[in-house]
Each structure stands twice: as structure tokens, then as C-alpha cells.
Ligand binder design. Structure first.
Ligand code: PLP
Length: 485
């Protein structure tokens, strides 16, 4: 058994871990010996992006047959470059552009791969049921999941979003989604209502065994699934290989990575790259005003009892970063009791404190900082005016924090979204006129900067609205059941 829960000695094979997402005890699946087995990281750096993905995913998920075929299906022709994630240098920083996929945000890298892993896992264990993916979204995840799962054989996907609670661009992206196996539905209320409704539906279906005999099984596209984490490791290698190729570094030199962080998945993938041998220097965790991780990484106290701020980097507006649990497991050297204790404190009291040894382990690789809204806006303006490079608010948080930790090592900033996904914040920051709709702002941003609107976003303004359902939270369960057939 390759995988184990972070909270107990419960184990699962890698295919089971992908299909279950979360362990039955509420823990996250982790390979207890990650970092202890050999990995040819130097050989990996010599491959192209697809080859790197194949090698890394085969090592992390060895139970899957034909990983190359799955990688091809996930990525070939789906990204606007076969490099997948280009590295662009500007103003002394190296920007790893993770947003060249179908929805112009970094979640595409993982959510293109996950459906392939889910369907392959089902085939391998000869499970004939369909997988029904159920997701509540505050914006970005829903569309990336729809793009990943639409028309994938053996799957269906239902996405719920808060009515009036997502940006016009995000809504247009979702309601125009094509595919015979997709449903998109607005829920009256805010994101928390929507998410609670989906969790309740999940629980009711499990408890009452409502899927039995219906030929379908529920799953989620949540970022705690190991099938979402593993694909993200690849681009840390892609960036490093590019720096070698450009003569910036020699193989073996340390490179720091600065990551705009929410649920701690993206930055944890960087730590996995380090465990596989890649010479990762510091991993710099960048937060917005919701800076619970900054405090944790500096003090060892995780305290979620604090005000929640809505910011211009909404995908980082998170107070409970689920993927941190995997780092705790590693920091506690596999002591699942200690991890379970922390998680219990968090759910009962809203906070926990790690041991001095665990904190020292974490601080050996991680640094942290945060940026307020004014700083984000000024950073977008500065990078545009001085370096003539356009960044989105999430990336700007990372740029601001990277400056605090600049050493002699090159810094790669993970650029997680296209600036065109957040036209108001970006146009406002560079002093543009904000009148009109978000689509007007997009066009103006393009005119003012001479940069191109990504094709998928440009096409949205005139896209047909295919999904018009609006329901109350109490109706979510019936809605899901109606999608079983
Ligand atoms: C999801 C997201 C993040 C945060 O990534 P995590 O893996 O949750 O830490 C940052 N930026 C953008 C644009 C995102 O969509």
C-alpha cells in the first residue's frame, strides 16, 4: 500500500486514494516514504514538459498503467503551449506562468489531469460505476473542474455556485460550459450556504446509501485529492530546467520559489519537488490580508479565529488551509496521533500549536509574508510601469513578498492567473478607466497595455448561456439525485 492517512495507520493503494479523495478518518492521503526512495531528478530535467509530467506522476502514483497516455490525454492541445507553463523573466524575477490552460488559471494544470486519473483508476479496479463529481465553487475551481471533466467517459459533473456571488466573468465561464455530462446550477445565498448545502447532500447520499443500485458513485474535485497535488509538482521542474537552459544556473544550484497561497496545495507541491531531489532553496509562502499562514510559519501557532477579508485575490481568501496537514505529517515525522491532535484542536477551538521540533523542520524550508490590498495594487502598477509586465492580484501578492526575501539565488514567482481574469483590479491599479462591464474593462486593459486577451475569455462576452437553473440550498440534494441517470 503506497498511501496512508495523515491521521491514523489507515492505508490505501494510489488508485484508491485518488478515488476516495479524503481518508475515512478525515485525514489526507500521503506516501509515508516520500523522499526516501530514489528519483532521477537530473534525468527528469532533461525531458520536455510532457516527459517530466510522466516521470513525476509515475513515481508518485506508480499503480497507474500507461501514465504517458494519461498525460497526453490531459494536456496535448489543451494548453496554448506544449511547454505547458512558460517561464518569463522581468525586473530580476522569473515568472512561471501557470495560466495557459483552458480557464486561464493555474488550477487547470491539476484539473486537466485528475479526470484521467479518476477514469483510469476505475478501469483498473474494474469498477463499472460512473463517477459523479460534486463541487461547490466560489469561482475558479468550478470552471476548471468543468473543463477537466466535460465529456470524459464514465464521469458526470455538477457544479453549484452562489447566485450573485461570483464575478461576471466567472459566471459567464461556467454557464456557457458545453458537454453532455455537465450541470451548472446557481444556489440562492452566499458561498458558505452553497458549500454547506453540498456537504449536506454528500453526507445524506452516503448515509442513506442513495447511490446504491444507481450505477453511480460520488466524488469531489477538491484540492486535497492526491490526484490534484501530484500534477503540480511538474512545473517546479519545468521552471528549474528552463533556468538551466538559459544559463541562469547550473544543475545543483538552489532556486527559491515564491507562491501565492490559499489552501497550501500549490506550495506543498514545491516541497514534494524538493523531496524528490530538486534543489529547491526556500519556499516563500505569500498570503493576502487573510494572513493566517504568515503567522503560523513564523510562530508555530495556527489561529483561524480572526476576521475574514474579501480581497482582490479571492482564491487566497481562505482561513483553513487544508493541505497544510500533509506538511504537519512530515514535520512530525509520521506521528499521526500528533497530527490528529492538531486537527482536533483546530475543529474544536479554531487553533493549534505545533511542537518546537516540528516548527524547526518547517522553517528549514519555508518562509512567509503577506501583502495588504494597497500593496497589491501598487505592486501591479510598479511591475507594469517599471518592467512592462502585467500581473494579476494573486501574483502581485507573491511579488511583494518575494522582495522581502531576495537573496543571491534566483527567485521564481508562481503566476497563478491571467491578469484578464481580474480586469477591474488590474486596470484600476495601472490607472485605467473602470466604467462599463468587466468585458469592457478587459478590452480597455488590452488597448492600454497592448497585451492580448486570452482567447477563452474574449469569446465569453458573446457565449450562449446554456445553464439557467437557480435553486434554494434545501433543494441541492434532490437536484443531485436527479442527475444520477
Ligand atoms: C487556487 C488559487 C491560488 C491558491 O492556491 P492553493 O493551492 O490553494 O494554495 C492562488 N491563485 C489562484 C489564481 C488560484 O486560483
Amino acid at each position: 500500500m503506497k498511501y496512508q492517512s495523515t491521521r491514523s495507520l489507515h492505508t490505501a493503494s494510489d488508485t484508491e486514494a485518488v478515488l476516495q479523495g479524503i481518508a475515512p478518518d478525515g485525514g489526507l492521503y500521503i506516501d509515508p516514504s516520500i523522499g526516501a526512495w530514489p528519483f532521477d531528478w537530473k534525468g527528469c530535467l532533461e525531458k520536455d514538459s510532457f516527459g517530466m509530467a510522466e516521470q513525476i506522476l509515475s513515481a508518485l502514483l506508480p499503480g497507474f498503467d500507461d501514465m504517458r497516455g494519461l498525460v497526453e490525454k490531459a494536456y496535448r492541445g489543451k494548453f496554448d503551449t506544449d511547454e505547458l507553463t512558460p517561464l518569463v523573466s522581468a525586473g530580476g524575477l522569473h515568472y512561471l506562468e501557470l495560466y495557459h490552460g483552458p480557464t486561464s488559471a493555474f488550477k487547470d494544470v491539476a484539473l486537466s489531469m485528475l479526470p484521467q486519473l479518476v477514469t483510469a483508476a476505475k478501469k483498473q479496479i474494474k469498477d463499472p460505476t460512473k463517477t459523479l463529481i460534486l463541487t461547490a465553487t466560489s469561482g475558479d475551481t468550478g470552471k476548471a473542474a468543468l473543463e477537466g471533466f466535460h465529456d470524459v467517459e464514465g464521469t458526470k459533473i455538477v457544479v453549484f455556485y452562489p447566485d450573485g456571488g461570483v464575478s461576471p466573468v466567472q459566471r459567464a465561464q461556467m454557464v456557457s460550459q458545453k458537454g453532455a455530462n455537465v450541470s451548472v446550477c446557481a444556489v440562492r445565498g452566499n458561498f458558505d450556504d452553497c458549500q454547506r448545502g453540498v456537504k449536506e447532500a454528500f453526507a445524506a447520499i452516503r448515509e442513506q446509501k442513495l447511490t446504491e443500485g444507481r450505477g453511480v458513485e460520488l466524488s469531489s474535485a477538491n484540492s486535497i485529492n492526491i490526484g490534484r497535488l501530484a500534477p503540480q509538482v511538474t512545473y517546479y521542474f519545468i521552471a528549474y530546467a528552463k533556468l538551466v537552459k538559459e544559463g541562469c544556473i547550473s544543475v545543483g544550484d538552489a532556486v527559491d520559489y515564491c507562491v501565492p497561497t490559499g489552501n497550501f496545495g500549490d506550495i506543498l507541491a514545491g516541497y514534494y519537488a524538493k523531496l524528490l531531489g530538486l534543489p529547491v532553496g526556500k519556499l516563500i509562502c505569500a498570503s493576502n490580508s487573510n494572513n493566517v499562514l504568515t503567522d503560523f510559519l513564523k510562530t508555530g501557532v495556527y489561529d483561524a479565529r480572526r476576521p475574514f477579508y474579501r480581497t482582490t485575490s479571492p482564491s487566497m481568501d481562505i482561513l483553513v488551509s487544508s493541505n497544510l496537514e500533509r506538511l504537519l505529517y512530515l514535520a512530525y515525522n509520521g506521528d499521526t496521533k500528533a497530527v490528529a491532535e492538531c486537527m482536533k484542536d483546530l475543529s474544536e477551538n479554531g487553533s493549534y500549536k505545533v511542537s518546537d521540533d516540528a516548527l524547526a523542520y518547517i522553517q528549514n524550508s519555508f518562509k512567509a509574508g503577506c501583502a495588504g490590498e494597497d500593496e497589491v495594487s501598487r505592486t501591479i502598477e510598479k511591475v507594469w510601469k517599471e518592467d512592462h509586465y502585467l500581473i494579476d492580484p494573486h501574483t502581485a501578492v507573491a511579488v511583494k513578498v518575494a522582495a522581502e526575501y531576495k537573496t543571491d539565488a534566483p527567485v521564481v514567482v508562481l503566476s497563478t492567473a491571467s491578469p484578464y481574469k481580474f480586469p477591474a483590479a488590474v486596470l484600476g491599479a495601472i490607472g485605467g478607466d473602470l466604467s462599463g462591464t468587466e468585458f469592457d474593462q478587459m478590452r480597455r486593459l488590452s488597448e492600454v497595455t497592448g497585451t492580448a486577451i486570452p482567447k477563452n475569455l474574449a469569446a465569453l462576452d458573446s457565449a450562449e448561456e446554456l445553464h439557467k437553473d437557480i435553486i434554494n440550498r434545501e433543494e441541492i440534494l434532490d437536484y443531485v439525485i436527479s442527475r444520477f441517470e
